[in-house]
Structure formats: C-alpha cells, structure tokens
Design a protein around this ligand. Structure first.
Ligand SMILES: C[S@@+](CC[C@H](N)C(=O)[O-])C[C@H]1O[C@@H](n2cnc3c(N)ncnc32)[C@H](O)[C@@H]1O
Length: 245
C-alpha cells in the first residue's frame, strides 16, 4: 500500500504518502483546521462575490473541497460555488473509503462517494468537477477562477506545481479580485508568485501557522516587499526543467 494513516492534531485522520514521503495535511495543524483556516475562510473573507469559482490544487482526500461545502452553509455572503479539482492518483480515491473524516464533514461524505464514482457532483448551489489527470494540463483548459487553494505536496517533492511557468497559467485565469491561498511561506514560492505579477501577502490565521496569500489586488494584509526580497535573496523561484536535446 502506498499510504499509511496518520492522526492529525485536531483528531482528524490524514494519510502519509510513501511515494512523496509526506503527509497529505499538516499533522501539527490538523487536517480539518488546515483546510478551514488556511484556505477556505481566508478565501471567502477576501472576495465579496455571491458566486465563487474555486480551483482546488489538488483533490487528495477531498478535505479542502468538503470543508468548502461545510463553510458555505455557515456564512451568508457566498450563495453558490463551482469547484474544479484535479487529482493525478486515482488509486488514492479508491482508498478513501476506510478513512475517518472529521465529524464536521460527515454530512458531506455522500458527496465524496458520488465524486469518486462519477467525478462530478451537481446541486442547486454546488457544482464540483473532479478531473483525473495532471493539474498542469487541467489548468490550461480552465477559464475564470476566483480562488485557488494551492495545496500540492511541498515544492521539494512536488516541484511541477510550484514553478513560475505553472503560476503563469494560474495568473492568466485568476480574476482581478481573486486570491491564491497556500500553506507555503517559502521564499522561492513567493518569488515565483511575484514573478508572474502577483502581490504577495503574509497572514496569521487563527489556530494554525502563518500562510501566504497572493492576489492581483491590494488586500488588508501585511504585504511582503518582494522587490527587496528579490534583490537580497539568494533563493530563486522554481522553473520548469527544460529538456536538453
Ligand atoms: C497535499 S495533497 C492535497 C490534499 C488535499 N488538498 C486535501 O484536502 O485532502 C497533494 C495532492 O496532489 C496530488 N498531485 C501531485 N502532483 C499532481 C499533479 N501534477 N496533478 C494532479 N495532482 C497531483 C497528489 O496525488 C496529492 O493527492
């Protein structure tokens, strides 16, 4: 088996991937808390729109997607969501059956079952598309996106989802008021976001460690002086490897 179960700090279970050598969520912060406080709540708070188009990079255990549905019912501004979520590993989806999900998400487990089976879910106010395949290809075919939950494995283990070229494709589809949320506070990641014309902010959410938010617009957050960072940092943004002929 490629995965091992791990219990995270808030009691919710996550998996450890032997292939990537990493957990799918922060065991320290807790899987549910991480989804809610690092991604869903910040995204909903900075975009004042009744309908959100969300790109969830990547589906994994589906915790970010299900937490979005949980939070949608607990706030009044956003009335409906469309979630687009790629996932490379179809075998992972088959292994989610035996996992103990956070009690807050139990209500949404029939939606998870439906997604695993049909790869789509539709209701009056929720539309979800689960794409099995490479996120790099998938994002090229998307149109307008308001929110990106940038939640790949770390840049070290999953570099193709943290490069300047990848963020270029993301920036093309991100609306002016859109936001990217990510757990990564690494300088090369922030440099890559800056390189594609995004403003880079640091945020300290409740209950979890600091995160990075990127956007085209000004946000009421601590903005990182990326020009200064770029001049001083020895770190460089990640780039796609060019095949040598
Ligand atoms: C940290 S986990 C995501 C956890 C997920 N957000 C959740 O809430 O459960 C990263 C996921 O990215 C997937 N992945 C890695 N590289 C990918 C790629 N190029 N395209 C699509 N999925 C990819 C992995 O299979 C893994 O499921």
């Amino acid at each position: 088996m490629k995965y091992e179960k791990r219990v995270s700090a808030d009691g919710s279970e996550t998996l450890y991937s032997k292939e990537y050598g990493e957990c799918y969520h922060s065991v320290k912060d807790g899987a549910f808390r991480e989804a809610l406080y690092k991604h869903v709540k910040p995204a909903f708070s900075f975009i004042k729109k009744p309908h959100l188009r969300i790109l969830d990079i990547c589906f994994g255990l589906g915790i970010n997607t299900l937490t979005t549905l949980y939070y949608l019912e607990r706030q009044s501004q956003v009335k409906s969501v469309e979630i687009f979520t790629p996932e490379l590993d179809e075998q992972l989806l088959a292994s989610l059956k035996g996992l103990r999900y956070p009690p807050q998400l139990e209500k949404y487990l029939p939606i998870l079952d439906r997604l695993i089976k049909d790869k789509v879910f539709k209701s009056d106010n929720v539309n979800i598309e689960l794409f099995i395949g490479d996120a790099r290809e998938y994002v090229k075919g998307l149109k307008v996106i308001d929110v990106v939950y940038q939640d790949a494995f770390s840049p070290k283990k999953n570099p193709e989802l943290w490069t300047v070229e990848y963020f270029e494709d993301i920036a093309k589809i991100l609306t002016h008021e859109g936001v990217i949320t990510t757990y990564s506070v690494a300088t090369p990641v922030r440099l890559a976001l800056y390189e594609v014309g995004l403003r880079v902010y640091e945020m300290q959410p409740e209950h979890v460690r600091k995160i990075t938010i990127a956007s085209k617009k000004e946000l009421p957050l601590k903005e990182i002086d990326m020009q200064k960072k770029k001049q001083l940092a020895t770190a460089k943004p990640l780039r796609d490897k060019v095949e040598k002929i």
